[in-house]
Write a protein that binds this ligand. Structure first.
Ligand code: FAD
Length: 493
């Protein structure tokens, strides 16, 4: 008889777990808290970008929906080796060695992509956001090259189609409220008054980013003010249930992915927008200009590294400024390079013909201090180096707080400034899982019948995040949890 597996959630991690369990011959029921429109969780809000190790562009071609795209032969995808992925993660680990989870993520990243492709999930190069044109060629600069066709919604649609093709069942509007336990084993879940029994339960219900109380408890009091970039449904239910069943807390609970966002966006992300417009609240082109806070001061090195390596940290930096906001300031030299979200119909900005006039329009900012900051910055710009956004160009503003790359004078009108705050994307603290994907208790023993994957897995991210790793992590840990939960003896874990 086949195993019965319940998967809690319906995002990328849940669907990968479900598909992998079905491959093992299990019967799979997916329970999703949201209604059908908001099913798919944060996954649907994403750009679908996925980071994985590859040695040559030949590794990418089998993953593409359209390998005959005429741009492909004129593209330098470079390579993104396992060693580079390691170095990128280590760069954020604040002195920690690579964790077991990080090693597993790197090792399985390319394999998970190839596995997804066997299930009809296809990808396209991220020309608009991860490459710049140079001498007639498309140069990818950050090791992040592919996104699912039609972004996060496309990823969800393709994975759900594969899940249903293999016989998986999904129920919407079915928030799991409890775990059923018997003899030390998890034997099912409650959905309100209804009890549903199973041989294994896989928690794939996301982090606690949409729960203001848990944010305040674990990350800090400022975080009640954060915007939530994605779904309102990731309120930490799975985490709380697992901890209640004896699971150990694992990973960096005060860590999270947070990005500069439009100060005036709604409290949660909007799924009601067309693909491509969905991320219109995100504002991550600070590397092309400067950011000032209410005191009129810069507070980060905007050109410290490619934005894939800074955007997930700078949301925190903005949120921690006085009154939790900042302004991003640009001149017309870079308007064409700003991502589309800076030009969307509901992007908030002020504009002026002179820099002084622009500074006057910066609500909440100390005008004299901001004027001095901008003057100092312009005076410090190294004019001898050529601006080149495809590389770390070393064109710097040499100040006590430098801008290390892409520092151009802000001197050519018109000028624009965009108000931003910090938006939380997902949380880093979670559960410890065994090599088989089972949730581990406080004595390091697996809890029989209970598995976890996706944002719920701790130990994957610490001080920061190389863009595009979250979906890959969901695919890698989801596939592993599903394979074992759907296998011959899930209760043993
Ligand atoms: C705006 C935005 C853009 C992003 N862009 C990228 C990107 O391009 N690349 C990348 O790698 N990562 C990106 N991320 C991060 C990425 O979304 C996450 O890493 C990933 O989607 C998490 O997948 P998951 O399956 O763990 O969670 P989710 O996709 O969030 O799924 C969790 C699901 O669980 C459901 N749920 C919650 N509680 C319950 C319950 N009690 N019962 C039943 N169901 C429940 C939720 O409704 C949700 O559907 C982005 C995130 C956001 C918000």
């Amino acid at each position: 008889m086949s195993n019965k597996v319940i998967v809690v959630g319906s995002g990328n991690a849940a669907l990968c777990a479900g598909i992998a369990a079905l491959e093992q011959g299990a019967q799979v029921l997916m329970l999703e808290k949201a209604d059908e429109a908001l099913a798919g969780g944060n996954t649907k809000y994403t750009a679908g970008a996925m980071r994985f190790a590859y040695d040559t562009s030949a590794d990418l071609i089998p993953l593409l929906r359209n390998p005959d795209d005429p741009r492909v032969p004129k593209t330098d995808f470079g390579q993104y080796t396992a060693q580079k992925f390691e170095a990128d993660l280590l760069g954020f680990n604040e002195g920690r060695p690579l964790s077991t989870e990080q090693r597993y993520l790197i090792d399985q990243s390319g394999k998970a992509m190839a596995w997804l492709a066997t299930h009809g999930v296809t990808f396209e190069p991220i020309y608009s956001r991860q490459s710049f044109e140079k001498d007639g060629r498309h140069i990818f600069w950050g090791g992040l090259t592919l996104a699912a066709m039609n972004e996060g919604v496309g990823l969800f649609d393709m994975e759900l189609a594969a899940f249903e093709r293999l016989g998986g069942e999904i129920r919407y509007g079915s928030g799991v409220t409890g775990l059923i336990q018997s003899g030390g084993k998890v034997t099912g879940v409650s959905v309100g008054d209804e009890a549903i029994h199973a041989d294994a339960v896989i928690l794939a219900s996301g982090g606690f980013e949409a729960n203001a109380d848990l944010r305040a408890k674990y990350i800090g009091p400022d975080w009640t003010k954060a915007k939530v970039r994605g779904t309102p449904h990731n309120t930490g239910d799975g985490l709380v249930m697992a901890l209640g069943a004896g699971a150990a807390e694992y990973g960096l609970y005060h860590g999270c992915h947070a990005t500069p966002m439009d100060l005036h966006m709604a409290d949660y992300g909007g799924l009601d927008l067309d693909p491509g417009e969905r991320k219109n609240y995100r504002k991550i082109c600070y590397f092309l200009g400067v950011m000032v806070n209410a005191l009129g001061e810069r507070f980060v090195d905007e050109g410290e590294n490619f934005r894939n390596y800074t955007y997930a940290q700078f949301g925190r930096a903005v949120l921690e400024q006085p009154d939790h906001f900042a302004w991003q300031i640009f001149d017309s030299k870079v308007f064409d390079l700003l991502y589309a979200e800076y030009r969307f119909h509901d992007a908030h900005f002020v504009e002026a013909d002179s820099l002084d006039a622009l500074i006057e329009k910066l609500d909440g900012v100390d005008i004299n201090a901001a004027t001095a900051t901008l003057q100092d910055y312009n005076n410090a710009v190294d004019d001898s180096t050529v601006f080149d956004p495809t590389i770390l160009d070393g064109k710097s503003a040499n100040l006590p707080l430098p801008k290390s790359n892409w520092a151009q004078k802000i001197d050519t009108g018109p000028f624009r400034a965009f108000p931003v705050t910090g938006g939380i994307t997902f949380t880093y603290g979670g559960l410890k899982v065994s090599d088989q994907g089972a949730v581990v208790d406080t004595s390091s023993a697996p809890i029989p019948g209970l598995y976890a994957c996706g944002e719920l897995v701790g130990g994957v991210f610490y001080g920061g995040y190389p863009g595009g790793s979250g979906l890959t992590s969901g695919a890698v840990f989801g596939r592993n949890a599903g394979r074992h939960a759907g296998g011959s003896d899930p209760g043993r874990a």
